[in-house]
Structure formats: structure tokens, C-alpha cells
Design a protein around this ligand. Sequence first.
Ligand SMILES: *Cc1c(COP(=O)(O)O)cnc(C)c1O
Length: 391
Amino acid sequence: MAIQKYFDQQTWQRIKAFADTKPTPFLVVDLATIERKYRELQENFPEARIFYAIKANPAVEVLQLLADLGSCFDVASIYELDRILSIGVTPDRLSFGNTIKKRSDIKYFYDKGVRMFATDSDADLANIAFNAPGSNVYIRILTEGDQTADWPLSRKFGCQTDMALDLVNMAKRLSLHPVGVSFHVGSQQRDIGAWDAAIAKVNQLFYRLLEEDNIRLKMINMGGGFPAQYLAKAHSLTTYAQEIHRFLREDFGDDIPELILEPGRSLVGDAGVLVTEVVLISRKSVNALNRWVYTDVGKFQGMIETLDEAIKYPLFTDRTLYLEDNAEMEEVIIAGPTCDSMDILYEDYKYPLPMNMAIGDRLYWCSTGAYTTSYASVEFNGFPPLKGYFI
Ligand SMILES: *Cc1c(COP(=O)(O)O)cnc(C)c1O
């Protein structure tokens, strides 16, 4: 495996040249890669509207780029709302996608002009009716993708089909506009079949609403779940798109509803390189099999998705960037710099790193553009939040 698998030579040289000028740790995000990913998604789903899930990487540079490309945005809090409005995105391009929200936050969104709300419970729906009267709502349903997603997102959100049916009817009674249904099959969902099951569920729900209540919904929000390139292999976006379109045709025939996608990880993940440095290399005993490599980032500086070793980022060093076949490698345990013993990144899975690696060597973690800077702690052990540069 060589760095060329993740970046073309020109892009990598640009990232590396920039990285060489900065002290570690930091994230570099290549904006051109995000633009490429956005266009690729558009080409694969030409009929869909894209609502970027801000939480994946909320940097103004990323939001501005996507706004200029015409993206809409999935917003989860009043803070994300303030930021996206501050760069001039109009509220008709926003949806409040969090099903867990305060009444005052609903009102805040409404007052700022947002008219699209997700919901999955009667209490929340009643709050929306009261604080955002006449708005469009869509019902989030539960899906069963959590076993095959590398970062589950389903169980906490969504409701069963029968409840969704009730909520649509309740929305009507409350003079809201129920426009559709949403689901999220789990982030980094590597089993495309998860969409099959979810789309079938939506189809059944649409059918029942029409038959039983004469209500016609017109939109499916298919959430995120598309992959970034990590160590565990995932299909190409084109394969996802072909399969998902096949599922839609099988269930809806020629009458496919409007589609919304809410990509986070798949748009920004591959654009990022987290540049870190080896702080210490040690063994726990003279005869210990594996060396420990401590780096200047850990779980609290942006690598929280290494919990349970869920996400395994591609890792390079200056010595292994271009893969010298004869480089002698050794499997190591990798841990962060803080005084918390859960701050171990990878222990079960042992990354091979060069035998001759030394303190001060740089490590390059690829595909770290999503869910790193936004998850970093504020000052655990005094370490500052992970810095991000956008080039
Ligand atoms: C986090 C989130 C997304 C983005 O998911 P990815 O798997 O990162 O693409 C989309 N929609 C909602 C509602 C989310 O909470």
C-alpha cells in the first residue's frame, strides 16, 4: 500500500509541502478533494438534493466551498445554524435534522426562516407544531444497519413504521406538512443491502399511508452512510448508486419520490490528512513482543472514532510513503499522549510500522477529514483542540 492509493501525486505533494511548514499535530484538508467528492456524488445521484451533514466537518472553509457548489445543509443545533447563516446560506437550503431538540431551538430555527424539520416522536412533533407552525416535517424511521456499519447511527434515532404512520397523521391534524420519510443506515455502512431493507420499509409506509389514510408522501431522505476510504474495503460510490437506484426502481417503479442525501463522511473524509509525530517508543518489558508507539494525538485530539477500533485509518510514515518493499516492518501498539489509559488508539489491530522508526518521525493518517476536528476535546491535560488547515 502506498500513498498514491489515497492521493494523486500532485495533490499529495501540495499537502506534504504545506504540512512540512507546520508543527504537529494538525489536520490538513484538501478542498479540491471535497469538491471532487461533491461532484462525484452529484453525478451518481443526479436527481437528488444534497444536504451536507455539517457535523462531519463544520469548518467555515468547508461550508463555504459546499455552499458555492450549491449544496444544502443538514443542521443539528442552533450553533451550526448560526454558522451556516453567517456565511450567507439562505434558510430554504437548510433542514433541522436532529430529532432531539429543545422547544426554544425549534423556535430559533423557525424565526431564522427554516421550514424543514425531522422528527421521530409525538412530543417533538407537538413542539414543532407549536413553535414552527405550518412547517414541513419528515419522519425518521428506524433501520437495521447498525451491525454492518462501522459507526452506528440508527438505534438512537427513528421510530417503528406504525409509529411513523401515526406521526404523519398527527402532523396533518396539527396543520404541519408531512413531506416524507428519512432514515440513516449507519455511518460508513459497508453493506449496501442496508439501503434495500430501508427503502422497502419506506415503500411499505408510503403504500399504507395512501391506502389507509389517502396521504401521499413525496420525499425520501436517505441520510448518509456512504463510505470514506479506510483500511476495511468498501465498494465504490458508483456501486452504491447503482444498487440503491435498483432498490428504488424495484420498490417504486417509475414513481420514485424526490430524493435527499445527507452525506458527511463520504464528502470530507478522504480530503483530510492528520499529521502527527512520534513522542515515544517503548516496551513494557525487555522481552515484550510489541513495541508501544505514542503519538501527539489520541482519542481526545480527534481520534475518537478509534473507540473499539471502529475506524482504521490508512497510516503512512515518511519512511513508508512510497512503499519501499524492503522496508522492515514490525507490528506495534499505537497510543495517544494523554494521562488516560483509555487513550489507546489501536491495540487489537496492530499496524505495521518500520523497524527503524524513531522518536520525532511523522505519521500521516489519511482519510481523517471527517469527525476529527469536530470531535476533539477542548483541553484535556491542557492539550488544545485539533488544529485544521484548509488548502
Ligand atoms: C451524521 C448524520 C449524517 C451524516 O452521515 P455520514 O455517514 O457521515 O454520511 C446524515 N444525516 C444525519 C441525520 C446525521 O445525523
